[in-house]
Design a binder for this molecule. Sequence first.
Ligand code: BG6
Length: 480
Amino acid sequence: MPTSLVLLGGTGDLAQKKLIPALMDLMLKGVLPDRFHVIGFSRDDLDDKGYQAFVRAQIGRKGHGHEHQAIDSFVERFSYVQGDFNDKVAFERIKRSLVAYDETIGMCTSKLFYLAVPPNFYDTIFEQIAHTKLDQPCVVGEGWTRVLVEKPFGSDLDHAHYLEDKLSVLFREEQIYRIDHYLAKDALQNIIAFRFSNGLFENNWNKDYVEAVYLKVFEKFDVSTRGAFFDGVGALRDVGQNHMLQMLALVTMQTPEKLTADALRSTRAKLLRSLHVPTTDDLGTNIVKGQYEGYRDTKNVDPKSNTETYFALKTYLDTPEWDGVPFYLEHGKAMQESKTELTVRFRSSKDCVCGESEPHDHPNFIRFTISPEQKITVRFWVRKPGLKYELEPNDLVFDRSTTLSEGVLVTDAYEEVLYDGICGDQTLFVSSEEQAAAWKYVTSILNLWEDNEPQMYEKGSRGPESPLADEMHHGMKLLT
Ligand code: BG6
């Protein structure tokens, strides 16, 4: 199906670092439609040639050592429209550019609009799409029109509802692709494969056997040049509302009836709806808000900003399977290391023939390491060699990098996002129900800590000190 992709935010960070390289990889894999055209749109003063040079530079930056010919045929697919999101005329120019391409190839292309922009522009963009009728296909009944929207979708539950209402006037649910690139990560898709294909683990995957679950997304880097975006958003909306809650959903949801988009999305939504809504009593004990020292000096950040760059949460799920099990979520920028992992801690066996290594504290763990490497680790106990009967921990490790055949690479999450958007598979995209459930939980926290001063932490540290952080470190101490 010939396709036109309109990249709103065509010169932004996401386009540079992720989308352009992912499109190149899809082209090299031969999975892009033969007729595939990209219109970059941004405020930058460029023309088609200038944008093509920009695209070429991004390919070079990623270190793609491709043949000139491949790069040439890739950049030729790009054209450019300059403008502001508030400018109606600029959207008319996008329309003319779409029509011009269709006329050149003598076909009506399907249209994909990718909103790689901060959420405060969504409203205006939806209005412009409606005004210029960009949502209408060129020939009724021919091709499709889809919109891909980045997270965070809105700023709280009310705002998300407001945007949903606007979007639903223009597009039907099956045309709306709410992106959470974590869902598209191989490592997260592997959680589903691991859980639901292995009775050995899945049969013990509930409150009777699981003591606690720990999720952490630590980033060594700080906000850097993203101050303008980040200060209005904060860590909880940026990573918590989406990536972390989706990880939580995958590790705790019930078995989906089928592997279809509808079944998976509604199973994830059901789990997200069961998140226990916190109250003021949770503030400080089960909810910690932090900010790294020096954040307020970042370019485009309010010098009095209370925006969090760190959060720690202890939460529960109101479901029969997980009642009473604590779930710990911790995320921060400018931390001592970059690491994303999800650890399931099992209860110690009731009685233990543990020998002299008393007291009995011998839990099993299953850890999904999402990055920097992709691993699944199962921690178990064995007899320590020697004359005495003692136990020591040991690990069974699945390491994705060593299981790949030569020349095979793990598909990048953004390749998957773009590919599925083109093919029309919504499995790895967030439904409106999931979106609303995640916002309901996150909005309750935002309301609780609104205007609260964050706790400061040193850059390169483990985050602010708190009893909650101690509880988490203690719970995971055997698996470090
Ligand atoms: C993005 C956030 O969605 O996810 C970033 O905006 C964050 O702030 C990033 O750093 C993390 O994604 P990944 O794939 O690098 O772990």
